[in-house]
Structure formats: C-alpha cells, structure tokens
Write a new protein. Structure first.
Length: 282
C-alpha cells in the first residue's frame, strides 16, 4: 500500500470501547469528587515541581500516573458493583495522599474521607407494601412505586460492563388482585431491541417487549385472567394474581414468582441473572 495516497486524518472522535462514550468514567457525584480530588493533587504538583529534585519529582509523578488510571473511576458511581468495590476507593485516596506527602504538604482532610458509599450487592430489593400504579407508561407520581421492590439489572453485571445492555431496573409490586411490573431502560428501544421476561414458576410464560409492541406466549395451557400494558417513558404491565395461582387465598398471600430476563440487541444477548433465577415475593 502506498501511504502517500491516503488522506491525512484531521480529527478523531472521542470515545471508548463501551458505547463509544465516557459515561462509565464520569457523570456520577462520586466521579466528580474523585476527579476534583485528582485535579487538586495534580495542581499541587505543578505549583511545587520547580522546588523538587529529579528523584522526588519522579516518585511524585509515578503516584500521579497511577491515580490517573481509568480503573479507579470505573468503580465510582453505581454502574459496577462487587464485594471489594470499596477497596478501590481506599487505594485511590492512598495514592493521592502519597502525592501530598512526597511534596512535603499536609494531606487534605477530604482525602481521608471515603468517596464511594456502600452499595447493596444483592440485586433484589423486597416490596415494602401494597402497590397499585396506573398502567400508563409513565411515572405519574412518586407514590405509585414508592413501596415496590425491584431487581437491579444494570448492577447485576458486577465487575464488567456488558455491551448491549438495555434494562436498568425491573420494578415489581402487587395488591390483592394484580401483580405489577415496570421496566426502566437505559435507552429507548429500537427496532433491533427486545426484552423477554420469562416467568418460570408458578406458571411458565414469556412476555416479549419490542420497540412498538409486545406479545405473550406460553407452551403450556395458560389462562391470563387480566392483563394490561403500556410503553411510553417506561414500560409497565399488570397481570392478575389468578394468572399465577389458583384462587386459594393462602396462595395469593404467599405468591413467589421466579423469572429470568433476556435482552437482545445487535451487539449481544444478555441473560439476568447469569445463573439461577430471580425470586420475587408478592
């Protein structure tokens, strides 16, 4: 190939290997605190470096370069969850503290205060009380889903981000007659997107949600007593309790639904959870 015939590149679009943007590394309050802390430490180096000998400056810059690594910011915010998530915060601030100590400066008090908060590693949060939302595809009031439980799908990917994620959170709740579900999405569904909520127990059936439609299917004899669906700002649907269980009052009060969630895009097919199923008590 004769490189002389190639046109010179005049600009390069900024981006990353995840969704071609930088949202994993900034935007959350924790990200802002960490970047600000790093910027202050780097400015302290710039203000002091002319008074440092070459050996000390080398040691200082080694700590700066370590603190500027992207992995620290990967763990701030609520996108990635793991048992040892807090360790990364401790190590990041330790390297920041080393910069000040090598400069002969007092370590700012904020460096000793944890940036990241403790996040729940378990992904299913239980329902706290009766829920009776309007199935209109939007959050009409804060009270509608206030006592609902939820499954945190985006956090369930734990240490690694997965290309093709669509579902952020699946909310669930119930009253005496119905079980309600709500899907919060990371972005609007497009033609190639599909979310399948696969109910496994006590009844087997699938609700498939696409850009402008939904369908209910089952390989067994399923009798849906009542069903309503809406897709606008969010996806909401309601299924009667009688769909899941017989008309025995005890079964209504102790209804445990097991399900898995599958999302499909042109990039990937993801299953939540990766192993087992999600159990919801409604």
């Amino acid at each position: 190939m004769n490189l002389a015939f190639l046109k010179p590149i005049t600009n390069i679009r900024a981006g990353s290997w995840i969704n071609a943007d930088f949202k994993i590394w900034f935007g959350h309050e924790e990200h802002r605190k960490a970047w600000t802390m790093l910027a202050k430490a780097r400015q302290a180096v710039e203000d002091s470096k002319e008074n440092l000998d070459s050996d000390t400056l080398k040691k200082v810059m080694e700590q700066v370069y370590i603190a500027e690594g992207s992995d620290w910011f990967w763990w701030y915010g609520d996108t990635h969850i793991a048992e040892n998530k807090g360790d990364f915060d401790v190590l990041f601030r330790w390297h920041i503290g080393n910069i000040y100590e090598l400069l002969g400066l007092k370590v700012p008090e904020e460096v000793n205060v944890p940036i990241g908060k403790a996040y729940r590693v378990g992904k299913v949060v239980k329902q706290e009380g009766e829920v009776k939302p309007s199935i209109d595809g939007k959050v009409s009031t804060e009270e509608e889903w206030k006592k609902a439980g939820y499954y945190d799908a985006s956090g369930s990917m734990s240490t690694m981000h997965q290309v093709g994620e669509i579902l952020d959170r699946l909310w669930y709740g119930s009253d005496e007659d119905n079980v309600y579900f709500r899907c919060d999405l990371l972005r609007k569904l497009e033609a190639e997107n599909r979310i399948e909520i696969q109910f496994q127990s006590p009844k087997e059936f699938v609700i498939a949600i696409s850009e402008n439609s939904f369908e209910v299917s089952s390989e067994s004899d399923l009798s849906i007593k009542k069903f309503s669906f809406s897709q606008k700002d969010i996806v909401e649907f309601a299924v009667s309790r009688k769909t899941f269980a017989d008309e025995t009052p005890a079964e209504f009060k102790n209804l445990a639904i097991e399900l898995t969630i599958k999302t499909k895009t042109t990039d990937a097919e993801l299953i939540y959870p990766r192993q087992g199923c999600i159990e919801l008590l409604v």
